[in-house]
Design a protein around this ligand. Structure first.
Ligand code: ADP
Length: 489
């Protein structure tokens, strides 16, 4: 029997993406298809998403019948559209009242602002009624999907389905848990009996991610290192006890990259293409990048940062060392949006050092690709990093990562000074000095041209694909379904 998996996610590249989850939802299902599974995706049709799909040349077909969910003491209906991304079937839920903002994630989690994700979770359970395709396993991602396994245990209308489906919850980032007030429970239709220490209760509030953790049949995190970091007080964000108690069903499976979407040999957003054996195109990307930033090329190495401007990404270290880094004789190019205070700070820094530091505080896919391709060094001084894709993209694009040894960064980047097959530079303490010294070491290698080229080649030739991780997910699904056979059996 071919396992049928429905991924429930708020974002999916290339339709709509706000971060790494979008990349993962856009690439894991394809990788699972390669493993012989029938993996599909359901996500909201935010404003512009159907248009975006059509612009990309995809046929969007509206399915017959409406999907209905009782929520907030009324019934919400959604139209279901089907499209394909590669071989993957994607269901888009059009519910303009709830899915009305491309921002996707609310800044505050009140019962009202979280209605869209409550709807998404419950609508996924209603989907088989419209599609006539029934998954064996619902694979939900982060807090926006965590209400689904919770509903299978405690929702009066859905709990009878509990024996019919298995559930997997993937934690992409424990920092976001969806904590709200207990009066949300009746709004969602979740019974009061869920509000216990072993259920959704969390210091007097309701914690939906915790509900997902205790009710899902299996939990994965996006790197092995992160799966044990979250069982300790530093990484657990208050849920370390719950995660430790549930560790029998927890495993870390490293995210992969979609190596067709992130390919310097064919990337349509790059002005020139290159490979590990023919690097000339990387030089042309550098020229285009500098032009785009309004800078003339003076031969200095380019240290780049691409990421959300939040504490998680170690922006404080970046800001705290930027002037000293520029003093090392490199240029710093920053692309990121996020916390307004951080956006202001990087903009001010760039204004103060116009020839040395460049900053753009928007979400700009094209510039991101140019930075990965045209840069020399990628800075990723994260405070914590469940997996991180930017360092893998950088490696694939021949840009050497300088990272802090946390989460997925520690699982993918190995120090070139410490290991014969190192592919980057790693530091441990969360201080600007440590970042500075790691970059200083990277520059010593950059000055030795042959040495640097070897590093680039090693990075570019690494395997960051989904292959082995998709196989790990297949084994997980098959184990849950009670068989461990070859794909397609
Ligand atoms: P996270 O999921 O925590 O944001 P990841 O490293 O896993 O971090 O993934 C981030 C993804 O989002 C990468 O593909 C990165 O290139 C992209 N990204 C982040 N910020 C921006 C931005 N301002 N413009 C374009 N792409 C961005």
């Amino acid at each position: 029997m071919v396992p049928r998996i429905l991924h429930v996610t708020p974002e999916m590249a290339p339709l709509i993406k706000r971060g790494g989850l979008g990349d993962v939802a856009g690439s894991l299902p394809h990788a699972l298809a390669e493993e012989g599974l029938d993996a599909r995706v359901v996500l909201p049709a935010y404003p512009g998403v159907l248009e975006q799909a059509r612009r990309q040349g995809r046929f969007c077909h509206r399915l017959q019948g409406k999907l209905s969910v009782a929520l907030n003491w009324r019934v919400y209906h959604a139209a279901v559209f089907h499209t394909r991304i590669g071989r993957t079937s994607v269901y888009l839920l059009e519910q303009p009242e709830l899915f009305n903002s491309e921002t996707i994630y609310p800044t505050e989690t009140t019962p009202e602002t979280t209605l869209p994700f409550a709807f998404l979770s419950l609508a996924a359970l209603e989907l088989p009624g419209v599609t006539e395709w029934r998954p064996h396993i619902f694979h939900v991602h982060d807090w926006p999907g965590a209400l689904l396994p919770t509903a299978l245990r405690w929702h009066r209308h859905y709990r009878h389905l509990r024996e019919e489906y298995d559930t997997v919850l993937t934690i992409h980032n424990l920092a976001h848990q969806w904590i709200t007030t207990p009066d949300a429970l009746p709004v969602w239709g979740i019974g009061k009996e869920s509000f216990t220490l072993d259920g959704l209760e969390f210091f007097g509030t309701v914690n939906v991610l915790k509900g997902g953790i205790v009710t899902a049949d299996a939990i994965s995190t996006v790197s092995p290192r992160y799966s044990w970091e979250i069982q300790g007080p530093q990484g657990g964000m208050g849920l370390e006890g719950v995660l430790t108690a549930q560790r029998h069903k927890l495993q870390g499976i490293l995210n992969g990259l979609d190596d067709t979407a992130w390919d310097p040999g064919a990337d349509p957003l790059l002005p020139a293409h290159y490979s590990s054996t023919e690097l000339k195109g990387k030089g042309r990307c550098r020229e285009a990048l500098l032009r785009r930033c309004g800078l003339a090329d003076d031969g200095r190495p380019l240290a780049v940062f691409v990421g959300r401007l939040f504490d998680q990404k170690g922006v404080d270290l970046l800001l705290g060392s930027a002037e000293e880094l520029a003093g090392l004789g490199l240029r710093l190019l920053v692309l990121g949006s996020g916390h307004p205070a951080y956006e202001r700070a990087v903009t001010e820094l760039a204004d103060r050092y116009p020839g040395d530091i460049f900053a753009r505080t928007s979400f700009d896919e094209e510039l991101a690709h140019l930075l990965y391709a045209g840069g020399d060094i990628l800075l990723m001084p994260s405070l914590f990093e469940p997996c991180g894709l930017s360092q893998m993209i950088a490696l694939r694009y021949g840009t050497i990562p300088v990272v802090r040894a946390v989460g997925g960064l520690a699982d993918t980047v190995f120090d070139a000074d410490g290991m014969p097959d190192g592919n980057g530079f790693v530091f441990t303490d969360h201080t600007p000095e440590e970042l500075y010294h790691a970059v200083e070491r990277a520059l010593e290698h950059w000055r030795r041209e042959d040495d640097w080229k070897k590093l680039i080649t090693r990075g570019m030739n690494g395997d960051y694909s989904w292959r082995s991780s998709a196989a790990a997910y297949r084994r997980l699904y098959e184990g849950m379904m009670g068989f461990g056979s070859e794909p397609g059996a």
